[in-house]
Design a protein around this ligand. Structure first.
Ligand code: SF4
Length: 108
């Protein structure tokens, strides 16, 4: 009987772990979809990265480093990190995520 119980418990644990993993995956998907949407939206407004200072090559999102991508922000880890942080910020405050990059940029 006690061994049955322990099996049952481990099943529950597995189910819980699976449910948690699914939820995490859903969250990840949601984040990715939103980040892709923001990237697409940004590209309709900006050919070069909006945080790139052409004169000094500085990156306004990471002032300690210069941009070595000449403002090409697609797949830029700094830019993606910025979107990732924004996603965390909005979702942790339970705020509605912007659907347009300009709304996001203004929320800094
Ligand atoms: S490092 Fe990335 S985010 Fe920063 S200016 Fe360059 S392209 Fe933009």
């Amino acid at each position: 009987m006690s061994s049955n119980k322990s099996i049952k418990m481990s099943e529950d644990e597995i189910n819980r772990a699976l449910a948690k993993a699914e939820k995490e995956a859903e969250k990840k998907d949601h984040k990715k979809i939103w980040m892709d949407k923001m990237m697409k939206s940004a590209k309709t407004y900006y050919k070069a990265c909006p945080y790139y200072d052409k004169k000094t090559s500085k990156c306004f999102l990471d002032l300690s480093n210069k941009c070595n991508r000449e403002g090409k922000y697609e797949n830029c880890p700094v830019f993606l990190g910025f979107l990732d942080n924004k996603y965390q910020e909005f979702t942790s405050k339970k705020k509605i995520l912007p659907l347009d990059f300009l709304d996001l940029a203004q929320s800094i």
